[in-house]
Design a protein around this ligand. Structure first.
Ligand code: PMP
Length: 306
């Protein structure tokens, strides 16, 4: 809960949580012109450790590019601010939300006159889809909404406005009694979850939609591919996955900074595998948690210690 935190970093300054506000005519509010990140900082024996912070920062700056947005702070300054937020609020672990957006000036669609605003918030956040989801898996609904195509918007840029699609899909799923949605792309192939990439296991090998399938280039996706390969699995990460392949999968799971590695046990009420977390999912998931909790020395280059 947000009770344990009282400070947000905004445009170079630490401000009280309640004072971190913007004008109602902020460009980003009207046109969705913001870019953001979601990263996790884990509780380890070495203190709080941010998982793949470099990659998250890099993606934030890359996301800004198609929108010609100049973030006024360097990666070093954003890192310093983030670490300070974690330290001063004494958080052993947390979620980290950096956001940069066009602010208030004139209200035309062109952001040319708008300042770029930048903020970072951190707060304690447990398992995104619930602790039980990590063990039992979740029920997922194929959304009636399609993912926006990469020919319409840069889907590899983590842009605030694009998340109306995620919101529609996720809420539709929850209204229908599912924990989460799975969104197909314009071609009708598997794209991703509202805030997760998706993996499929068949005959002992692992498949995940390629970057040309209108997905976000997930950092957990990238990590899981490397972890799975290091565990000896064959990973096909540049494929199209048809809707029908979901039903016949041996295992399915979601990955994401928030969702971590979450098994999927049903798609549209069709049971996947035997309806519980599959063995390969479990293998990768347990390795993932050993890594992020620093129970192994391996992959140390993935961590930014606070
Ligand atoms: N796809 C979408 C649409 C997302 O919002 C996210 C979460 N950032 C992901 C995939 C997973 O990406 P990551 O592993 O970098 O969090």
């Amino acid at each position: 809960d947000e009770m344990d935190v009282d400070t947000i970093w905004m445009d170079g300054e630490f401000v009280d949580w309640d004072d971190a506000q913007v004008h109602v005519l902020t460009h980003g509010l009207h046109y969705g012109s913001g870019v953001f990140e979601g990263a996790r900082c884990y509780d380890t024996e070495e203190g709080p450790a941010i998982f793949r912070w470099e990659e998250h920062l890099e993606r934030l700056f890359q996301s800004a590019k198609p929108y010609e947005m100049d973030i006024d702070y360097t990666k070093e300054e954003l890192t310093e601010a983030t670490k300070a937020l974690i330290q001063r609020q004494e958080l052993p672990s947390c979620y980290i939300r950096p956001v940069a957006f066009y602010g208030y000036n004139s209200l035309g669609v062109s952001p040319a006159d708008c300042p770029t605003r930048t903020a970072i918030a951190v707060w304690p956040w447990g398992a995104y889809l619930g602790e039980e989801a990590l063990e039992e898996g979740i029920d997922v609904m194929i959304s009636s909404w399609r993912k926006h195509a990469s020919s319409q918007v840069p889907t590899n840029a983590k842009t605030t406005g694009l998340y109306v699609n995620s919101m529609l899909a996720g809420e539709e799923a929850r209204r229908n009694g599912y924990a989460e949605a799975l969104v197909l792309n314009k071609e009708g192939n598997v794209a991703e979850g509202p805030g997760e990439n998706v993996f499929l296991v068949r005959d002992g090998e692992i498949y995940t939609p390629g970057l040309s399938e209108s997905i976000l280039d997930g950092i957990t996706r990238d990590s899981v591919i490397e972890i799975a390969e290091d565990l000896g699995y064959t990973v096909h990460d540049n494929v199209s996955i048809s809707r029908g392949e979901l039903n016949t999968a041996d295992e399915l799971f979601f990955t994401g900074s928030a969702a971590e590695v979450t098994p999927i046990r049903k798609i549209d009420n069709v049971v996947i595998g035997d309806g519980s977390r599959g063995p390969i999912t479990e293998d990768i998931q347990s390795r993932f948690f050993d890594i992020v909790e620093r129970k192994t020395d391996a992959y140390d280059e993935w961590f930014e210690y606070v």
